[in-house]
Design a protein around this ligand. Structure first.
Ligand SMILES: C[S@@+](CC[C@H](N)C(=O)[O-])C[C@H]1O[C@@H](n2cnc3c(N)ncnc32)[C@H](O)[C@@H]1O
Length: 223
């Protein structure tokens, strides 16, 4: 890990802790994007590339959009939304941070992606079960564990009948304690999706190329 990445991670943890101490679990995201002031290296997850685990999964499954309606949850700077757009989806992407959304719009201005500032917990009612493909990458893991079931319920609500949901997340064993941000998900955490009428289609475990490889889960569901 470079010094810059290390510093960005430490600063991210500081900002998250400052907001958490005030009982605010969500405000730190926009504060971090704001403080970065256009420098993506200040945002630990923003590498201006589509997620490589998503890419691997998409290649393996030969993902084709065919104009299907996709929703990208917590899209950040929009590179995964762009990836789906390039694969032929009609894409709506949202994030709670208005700063991230302005930034994403600038980066992807040449596309027809609809970028919106919105809160997962207070989304437009017309999004209920409206999307044929829903993508969630790393939005569950930085939210407090106590909120996890609510986050999973809210994400599930966007998936249309017969629609698909793909979740890309850090993974941990059921008996492992999630000790620090980002709080990895276990299979037991993920089983909450199945309580929301979503059927598990595939579950893949992949290792990152970090010095100490970090485990990711790529999980696909169908309603
Ligand atoms: C760890 S980042 C991942 C961003 C992006 N998915 C990626 O992989 O680059 C989590 C994102 O979720 C957004 N987020 C957090 N809580 C949210 C909520 N309640 N509603 C919508 N977006 C949220 C944050 O602003 C942040 O951009």
């Amino acid at each position: 890990m470079s010094f810059e990445t290390h510093d960005a991670r430490e600063r991210t943890k500081e900002i998250q802790a400052e907001f958490a101490a005030r009982g605010d679990a969500l405000g730190w995201f926009d504060a971090l994007y704001n403080e970065a002031n256009g420098d993506n290296e200040k945002i630990p997850w923003a590498d201006l590339e589509p997620n490589k685990f998503l890419r691997r999964w998409a290649q393996k499954t030969d993902l084709q959009g065919n104009n299907r309606r996709a929703l990208v949850i917590g899209c950040g700077l929009g590179d995964d939304a762009r990836f789906l757009y390039d694969a032929g989806f009609s894409v709506t992407a949202f994030d709670i941070s208005p700063t991230a959304i302005r930034w994403a719009r600038e980066l992807h201005s040449a596309t027809g992606i609809e970028f919106l500032a919105a809160d997962l917990f207070d989304a437009p009612p017309e999004w209920f079960r409206a999307f044929e493909f829903v993508l969630e990458v790393y939005t569950i893991q930085p939210l407090p564990l106590a909120m996890r079931p609510r986050v999973i319920d809210a994400i599930s609500d966007f998936v249309a009948p017969e629609g698909r949901l793909v979740v890309v997340t850090r993974g941990r064993e059921d008996d492992e304690e999630p000790l620090e941000l980002p709080w990895a998900l276990s299979r037991r955490d993920l089983s909450q999706f199945e309580l929301n009428d979503l059927k598990l289609i595939s579950f893949e475990e992949m290792l990152g190329d970090e010095e100490e490889p970090i485990k990711r889960f790529v999980v696909e569901y169908e309603r």
